[in-house]
Design a protein around this ligand. Structure first.
Ligand code: ZN
Length: 185
């Protein structure tokens, strides 16, 4: 099942998401639906709040970047109840986009490495380190679970320049090929 993407201006994107219970019903299907929604929307990552569910889960597939870096091919994973326990390495800027912020792309500075603890959809636990684009996508998606968005990293001038674009998004005025909507409250 493909969910509509929840757009900027919806309060669910600003909430700190809750852990998923180990007895969560139809978890496998939910994760499969998250991947399906991400692929249909041409995303490299999707967090549960972006489909209106305030839960600590995100999915990633960086295969689309394989031309730039072969190690990104087949990097497909679900992260449940993740915790980034360490941000290390150098700060670097990378041009980010977000399905919840259509047509907005901005350079965001983040640390190059993360150590993350998480479960997969079968409740296997992992404690791993990632760097480069993998760490970048992980941090972007993780932010969604904390109610944070890429625009929060911009300086006041950049934010001001985006004001009318952002206002249009909150009204659902967007030109995209995927299903999306604003949900108030
Ligand atoms: Zn995003």
């Amino acid at each position: 099942m493909v969910y509509p993407i929840i757009l900027y201006g919806s309060p669910v994107l600003r909430k700190v998401a809750k852990d998923i219970d180990k007895n969560y019903e139809n978890l496998q299907q939910f994760v499969a639906d998250m991947f399906e929604t991400m692929y249909v929307s041409d995303g490299v990552g999707l967090a549960a709040p972006q489909i209106g569910k305030s839960l600590r889960l995100f999915v990633i597939d960086t295969s689309v970047f394989k031309e730039d870096d072969p190690s990104l091919d087949g990097f497909k994973k679900a992260f449940l109840n993740p915790k980034i326990v360490d941000f290390t390495g150098e700060v670097w800027a990378y041009n980010e986009g977000c399905l919840s912020l259509p047509k907005i792309r901005e350079d965001v500075e983040r640390k190059s490495k993360v150590r993350i603890q998480y479960y997969d959809e079968n409740w296997n636990f992992y404690d791993e380190e990632y760097d480069g684009v993998k760490a970048r996508v992980i941090q972007h998606e993780y932010d969604h679970l904390e109610g944070k968005l890429l625009i929060d990293y911009l300086n006041p001038l950049k934010k001001k320049m985006l004001k009318s674009k952002l206002l249009a998004i909150t009204k659902g005025i967007v030109d995209v090929d995927y299903k999306c909507k604003v949900i108030k409250g």
